[in-house]
Design a protein around this ligand. Structure first.
Ligand code: CA
Length: 231
């Protein structure tokens, strides 16, 4: 099991802070908390895995906190989910412009928040964990830094989505990943894609990397569960 993910909650409403903390802790996360913007910036230096950031705070507001988090080299890659009662589209756009990864509008269900957290964490992991080394899987050679793929010495041209799927499978080698997991990690917010499309991408990927795509040895199907990259 992975080490617990650490999440910083920045929220000045005590009851809401308690509620979110409760749900995160029972879902297996470690929680840090801040109730104003400056404290949030200070604690974000400890590099939590994700920040849940309320917009209406006393002192520095969430917009400014988000801007400063993105400006600081130590914290610029930490995923941020903005939390607010401001539901207008222009506010969402402002959040994304400032580098927020997702946006949750109050009132929200804890379940919705948890789903978004999981999705943002998966996506962040997939972005950052490509290793700077050559990985061999069967007759495949994957250069983790450039993410170029060679099969029996020949470079294989992959689309961005195929690379994303392969990277996610590689980062979770030997683990069965469901359609939903793949959707969250590779498509993230733009997941207006039907489950069937994932099968199509996997089929294309197999045609490019498997000796016999009809009987795949690298990306195998686990019936009713998903796919995995064999160790
Ligand atoms: Ca607030």
């Amino acid at each position: 099991m992975d080490q617990k993910k650490k999440i910083l909650i920045v929220e000045d409403e005590k009851e809401l802070m308690k509620l979110i903390t409760f749900h995160l802790v029972t879902s297996g996360y470690d929680v840090l908390s801040a109730d104003d913007g400056l404290e949030a910036l200070e604690i974000s230096e400890a590099k939590p895995d994700l920040i849940i950031l309320d917009i209406l705070l006393s002192g520095l507001d969430g917009w400014e906190v988000c801007r400063r988090i993105r400006q600081n080299p130590r914290t610029k890659n930490i995923p941020v989910i903005m939390l607010t009662a401001l539901a207008e589209v222009k506010d969402k756009l402002k959040g994304f412009e400032l580098g927020a990864d997702d946006y949750v509008t109050k009132p929200f269900s804890p379940r919705e928040l948890l789903v978004r957290i999981k999705r943002v964490l998966l996506r962040a992991e997939n972005k950052t964990s490509s290793c700077h080394q050559i990985v061999k899987v069967g007759s495949l050679e994957i250069d983790g830094a450039e993410f170029t793929v060679k099969r029996e010495g020949q470079e294989v041209a992959l689309t961005e989505k195929e690379k994303g799927i392969l990277r996610f499978l590689l980062n979770n080698r030997g683990v069965v990943l469901s359609h939903n997991d793949i959707l969250d990690a590779v498509w993230g917010q733009d997941n207006i894609v039907e489950y069937g499309n994932i099968d199509v991408h996997i089929r294309h990927l197999r045609e490019k990397i498997e000796k016999n795509p009809e009987s795949p040895q690298l990306i195998t199907t686990v019936k009713g569960k998903g796919f995995k990259l064999e160790c």
